[in-house]
Write a protein that binds this ligand. Structure first.
Ligand code: HEC
Length: 106
């Protein structure tokens, strides 16, 4: 039954490739939870001029600054945004994931 074994192997391989692709595209649940606890307070509605969630026009001039500059803005605070964006235990890596999520919505 080597033929059947071979096709099973291909199916398993295809499924794992698909899963990898899917998890790379969607934001992690932890990132979504953090966003919903902190950044959403301002970025959900665009309060005080905050770039709105997944709003391309708001985000494109911001993204043009590059990720390192954006992470620094959150870290230090920027005008009405308090330092750390109200997420005191977020790391710079968390900020990067949050920025990717809130600028694209995924
Ligand atoms: C108290 C409100 C508030 C919270 C909470 C907040 N922000 Fe902001 N954020 C703002 C405002 C207002 C701006 C626009 C500042 C400006 O350009 O004057 C902004 C701008 C930004 C920018 C663009 C910075 C730049 O250099 O252009 C990023 C990135 C950002 N926020 C990420 C986050 C993340 C990530 C969180 C959650 C951890 C967060 N913010 C939480 C108010 C907030």
């Amino acid at each position: 039954m080597s033929g059947l074994g071979e096709s099973m192997r291909k199916i398993v391989l295809a499924a794992s490739v698909l899963l990898t692709v899917m998890s790379a595209e969607a934001a992690e649940q932890a990132t979504i939870d953090t966003y919903n606890k902190t950044c959403v307070i301002c970025h959900g509605s665009g309060a005080a001029g905050a770039p709105k969630f997944a709003h391309q026009e708001d985000w494109s001039p911001r993204l043009a600054k590059g990720m390192p500059a954006l992470k620094e803005s959150v870290h230090k605070g920027l005008n009405a945004m308090p330092p750390m964006g109200m997420c005191q235990d977020c790391s710079d890596e968390d900020f990067e994931k949050l920025i990717n999520y809130m600028s694209t919505g995924k």
